[in-house]
Design a protein around this ligand. Structure first.
Ligand code: ZN
Length: 220
């Protein structure tokens, strides 16, 4: 049932919205094209936002934050539709921020030392991350995550919409390996897309900020 404010056409401030890309549509070219970003952000990502708002309208989840919706529906088969759309909204917003114009290459900042500590070297990390992204069967995501309790870094992969916060992990970096993420630019060559992501796109400043937030959380 619609709330009176909606029937009057007044914007409901608690509706989940589609964030703008954190860069221009041509900024990731030649690696990721404007066409991919237009389809992936304006159509795929937006569809998850629209579906989610439709699914939560008039329910107890309306007005909750995305994180609250994801945590409230994770593992509940009866709410799989809401979870899938909410997690996909979250995952995509996170993924956009994980890339930057002139990004990629070795990790920087405090995270560089933490990656060496956890994986042995940046090269070993890159190998493990690429292996997870390559071997994720079908649609899904590969992640660098920090444990919610002890902050320990690890690699994980998730299927379809699944997301680290549903498993006690804090996302630090992700790559979308749904075909819609790479098919226009790389066709079926998922490994080339993954290599390009690591070498030319990763936004280490963002990953560092996410990891720093995690550290702060652990100390509380
Ligand atoms: Zn996607």
């Amino acid at each position: 049932m619609l709330k009176p404010s909606k029937m009057q056409g007044i914007e409901n401030m608690t509706t989940i919205t589609l964030p703008a890309l954190p860069y221009g549509y041509e900024d990731l070219a030649p690696h990721i094209s404007k066409e991919t970003l237009e389809f992936h952000h304006d159509k795929h990502h937006n569809t998850y936002v629209v579906n989610l708002n439709n699914l939560i309208a008039g329910t107890e989840l309306e007005g909750k934050t995305l994180d609250e919706i994801i945590k409230a529906t994770a593992g509940d088969a009866a709410k799989a539709g809401v979870f899938n759309n909410a997690a996909q909204v979250w995952n995509h917003t996170f993924y956009w921020n994980c890339m930057a114009k002139n990004g990629g290459g070795k990790a920087t900042g405090a995270l560089a030392a933490k990656i060496d500590e956890a994986f042995g070297s940046y090269e070993k990390f890159a190998e493990e991350f690429a292996a997870a992204a390559t071997t994720q069967f079908g649609s899904g995501w590969a992640w660098l995550v920090a444990d919610e309790v002890n902050g320990k870094l690890s690699i994980m992969k998730t299927s379809n919409a699944d997301t680290p916060m549903a498993h006690g992990k804090v996302a630090v970096l992700t790559i979308d390996v749904w075909e819609h993420a790479y098919y226009i630019d790389f066709r079926n060559a998922r490994p080339v897309y993954i290599k390009t992501f690591l070498e030319s796109l990763v936004n280490w400043d963002y990953a560092n900020a996410k990891y720093a937030g995690q550290d702060a959380g652990v100390e509380k």
